[in-house]
Design a binder for this molecule. Structure first.
Ligand code: 13P
Length: 257
């Protein structure tokens, strides 16, 4: 596992949240500040990725707290005739410092290909956002014995060379574990994370050792500690359990080294 200070616990609110949700983020920030004040260990980085409409308000609400704000997607281009889309520059301008890219829900619903994800990653780097690039196999692919091959292919073609030397994170999110309450066994998670680490160091050398590899898919208070203790698991990308501070905070707490 990457040393504590590089751990990242990120909440992905998906399409949830209006202004009333800001109080949940404020509660997270207040608890993180209290914990940091009395803890000697390096704290994990904590991020919340709300819907685009809340990025600016969340960034204002969390300014100075150390809790980071991220987007959930960004167009590859800085601007253009792309109705409904938001660029990485716009997220940055609104106060985001990270952005989730290539989430399986976008790969499935909007047919985002690996090269399209790679173009978005380049856009995020151009805007100085830290990309969190998601990979993961479907249930059919896992049952077919293809999990490592699928993730390997996604890594090879979703990660542009421009990432070399740049800050980014990887998230392994098996599609069948997202929102289902099902999680892979510890052995399955460790196997894929080890393969991702090997691929990252093969591609980016020593820099690949420093890239946080997050696990995502039905992470909750009850399983966070066990998952975060696995080798090469450097954090978590949390969906449903990030919406309420009372659910998210025990996961953040498990992220302390
Ligand atoms: P759940 O934690 O709700 O399974 O979602 C995981 C996810 O997709 C985070 O990006």
């Amino acid at each position: 596992m990457v040393e504590g200070g590089r751990r990242l616990i990120a909440g992905n609110w998906k399409m949830h949240g209006t202004a009333t949700a800001l109080s949940e983020a404020r509660a997270v920030a207040a608890a993180v500040a209290r914990r940091q004040a009395d803890g000697a260990e390096p704290p994990p980085r904590v991020a919340i990725c709300p819907p685009a409409t809340l990025v600016h308000r969340l960034a204002e609400a969390l300014a100075g707290t150390g809790v980071l704000v991220g987007g959930q997607d960004a167009h590859a281009e800085p601007q253009g005739a792309c109705t409904g889309d938001v660029s990485a520059e716009m997220l940055r301008d609104a106060g985001a410092s990270l952005v989730i890219l290539g989430h399986s829900e976008r790969r499935a619903s909007y047919r985002e290909s690996d090269p399209a994800v790679a173009a978005k990653v380049e856009g995020a780097l151009r805007a100085e956002l830290e990309p969190i690039v998601c990979v993961g196999e479907t249930l059919d692919e896992r049952e077919d014995g293809q999990a490592l091959a699928v993730v390997g292919r996604q890594l090879a073609t979703s990660l542009p060379d421009a990432l070399n030397g740049r800050a980014f994170a990887l998230a392994y999110e098996p599609v069948w574990a997202i929102g289902t309450g099902r999680t892979p066994t510890s052995e399955q998670i460790a196997e894929v994370h080890a393969a991702i680490r090997t691929a990252l160091t093969g591609r980016f050398g020593a820099h690949g050792q420093t890239i946080p590899i997050l696990y995502g898919g039905s992470v909750k208070a009850a399983n966070a500690r066990e998952i975060l203790a696995l080798p090469d698991v450097d954090g978590a990308l949390v969906g449903g359990a990030s919406l309420r501070a009372t659910d998210f905070l025990p996961i953040v707490e498990a992220g302390w080294a």
